[in-house]
Design a protein around this ligand. Structure first.
Ligand code: ZN
Length: 343
């Protein structure tokens, strides 16, 4: 088996699945942001003009700002990505459904290939058993988080308007703050890439990426977790007990996933995604597959070196992988990283 080819094809499939979702989020936020700016600019400028001309007190300016916010209420509320009118929930549900089918398909393809090699008659193709209630629960959880981040962004927009009027800031500066809260700082745009490591880049994006970054992170992570959960349950159904952790070997590989990549773990010890925007996957493995060279140990260590090289190119020649638990392992109550096993 060619590991890098398998990883590339899984990565491509996942991206294809998340593309409509990311597009929907971007379109919605772009439209909301354009509308708000169109209504905000003239209204803000005239209020600012009145405030500076009359040397109003702070209290008056704040009252003016509150009135302005009320006037813009519909445009401000339209920022909410989780609202039914945003259309994100429908696309999210579809993506999670397709992700579940995709994860099952990946697992089946891999196991069939292996079993054919070993002369086992592959089972008849099974349609994935979609647990629609579980999928809906996942969608609802994601929408709740989208709503929470939307409300935070709305709060930031309100603050930008109030602070702007109180401090007498020019309309361009306020427009910039509003845009940063919603669609992110345009100078940080190139960082809205598919992956993210958990070092400086992440902090930068949280500050500069706005609601767009957070919403895309939630969408991508939910997608990935649907694909992975489904792949793992197919593995379990096929009697697989171990998986090889595989990270996508590029500049986004993080200090947790990089260290695990190419190593073998007990299925129940693996939590993927390991953190928001994680792009890891898992390959089923059995001792006889390794012994018979279906997956070779050399291939696995070659993969480990590729990942380490990519990581060090990004973080410096002496940088090391983390040894502790990842964000989602901690969230699941684990205080240590999983221990690799030797098959
Ligand atoms: Zn990862």
């Amino acid at each position: 088996m060619n590991i890098e080819r398998v990883v590339a094809s899984i990565d491509r499939a996942t991206r294809d699945l998340e593309t409509p979702l990311i597009q929907r989020i971007r379109e919605h936020l772009h439209r909301a942001q354009t509308r708000l700016q169109r209504e905000l600019r003239p209204a803000y400028a005239s209020n600012l003009g009145a405030a500076t001309a009359n040397f109003e007190s702070r209290v008056f300016r704040e009252a003016r700002a509150r009135a302005l916010i009320t006037q813009l209420d519909a445009a401000i509320q339209a920022i909410d990505v989780s609202a039914p009118g945003a259309g994100v929930s429908r696309v999210l549900q579809q993506s999670i459904l397709e992700g579940t089918a995709e994860g099952a398909r990946q697992a089946k393809t891999l196991i069939r290939e292996a079993e054919r090699t070993f002369g086992v008659t592959p089972p008849a193709s099974l349609a994935p058993a979609l647990d629609l209630r579980a999928i809906q629960a996942q969608v609802d959880g994601a929408l709740q988080r989208l709503n929470r981040y939307s409300l935070e962004a709305i709060e930031k927009v309100n603050d930008a308007i109030v602070e702007g009027l109180v401090a007498g800031r020019n309309p361009t500066r306020v427009a910039y703050d509003v845009r940063t809260a919603i669609t992110g700082d345009p100078r940080a745009r190139e960082l809205l890439a598919p992956g993210i490591d958990s070092r400086g880049r992440k902090r930068l994006m949280l500050r500069k990426g706005g609601l767009a970054f957070q919403a895309e992170t939630i969408a991508r992570t939910e997608m990935l977790s649907a694909v992975n959960a489904s792949r793992m349950s197919e593995y379990t159904a096929a009697g697989v007990q171990h998986v090889v952790w595989i990270a996508t070997p590029d500049e986004f590989v993080c200090e947790h996933c990089g260290g695990r990549s190419g190593r073998t773990y007990r299925l129940e010890d693996v939590i993927i995604p390991a953190h928001p925007r994680c792009r890891c996957t898992s390959l089923a493995v059995k001792k006889e597959w390794l012994d018979d060279g279906l997956i070779t140990r050399d291939e696995l260590s070659e993969h480990r070196s590729t990942v380490l090289r990519a990581y060090r190119e990004e973080h410096g020649p002496d940088s090391r992988f983390a040894t502790g638990p990842s964000a989602f392992e901690r969230a699941n109550g684990r205080d240590t990283a999983p221990s690799p096993v030797n098959l």
